[in-house]
Design a protein around this ligand. Sequence first.
Ligand SMILES: [Zn+2]
Length: 389
Amino acid sequence: MSDLSQRCLAAAARDSERPTAAAVDVLLQEAAAWGASDVHVSPESGAFRVRFRLDGVLSEVASLPRERLPLLVQRIKVLAGLLTYRSDRPQDGRINAEATPAGVELRVAVLPTLHGEKAALRLLGHAGPRRLEELDWPDHAAEALTGALRQPQGLLLFAGPAGSGKTTSIYAALRALAASGERACVTIEDPIEAALSGVDQTEVDRGAGLGFANALRALLRHDPEVLFVGEVRDAETARTAVEAGLTGHLVLTTVHAGGACEALLRLRDLGVEPYALGASLSAAFAQRLLRQACAEAGPHSGCAACRGTGYRGRLPVVEVLRPSPALREALLAGAGVGELRERARDTGWEDLATQAEALLASGRTSAAELERCLGLRVPGADAARRRSG
Ligand SMILES: [Zn+2]
């Protein structure tokens, strides 16, 4: 049994009045202390499996016998203000920072599964949104982003899969844009991840008929300088966002695409006119967060400092695409991703793989991370490093 399982059960045993609450307190306290971003509590036939997401990767940290703590998920539902008598449908809620010993705000979702309700908790952190300089972006990307944010208008695309850090980057950008108070900043998000001071944030509400496309039209009537559209995934939102970027607005949005060139093609596939896209685009960013090899005593498979994972902290890699005349022409001519990449490389574009390979070569991450985050196989790289280390 894991150390954390034992501590949860010990806390429950000590508190005969409210054993489940005591165990949940220990779990949340530990999650905050470990710097986990998420906690998953999954029911299985005999136990609740507890996993923490650490540096972007889930790992099992405890398994709690159901006969000892049958009401574990119920307790989480109580804290989150969810309907405890309903266990047959998904529910979402929040836990205020004051309601937990961990002192962090949590977003909670529960879902009925085969063996009962599962809970997923997102720790929203106490520090609030990061500053631009806290993103630790490589210099070339940080400079490109700062430069783009100074522009009065244009489209800024952020690409990358879930967990690649794009929302964190956009929040840092919005925080910087709102700081002066001189530019009206409005957002439409799904969902709002954190409160941003000085920004008017709205949330998609499909039940009430508020989707990205009509919310975006409503936002434009609020005389904004800066717009953040949570995601562009339909033709109307895509076209409206591109037009807004051409008519005096700075528009930030995420696109479901792996890379910066792919993000442009995704918008073209959604029916955005290539000429308007090329004219509106200020920059496209794509990023990944690679886990950083633990620096304690060279390459190893885990120590107390990295809690046995072999990794501590994360390293962003970011590709930046700024449209050159040749790239715009290629876009107009209907070029595919290979040709867009060629035109980008002509102007010094460095892709994610090249940056990740440089981090691997300097021993700051592992070949396994390149494969996990970018699907890159580097045969024998980790074995070679282990031999030399
Ligand atoms: Zn270590």
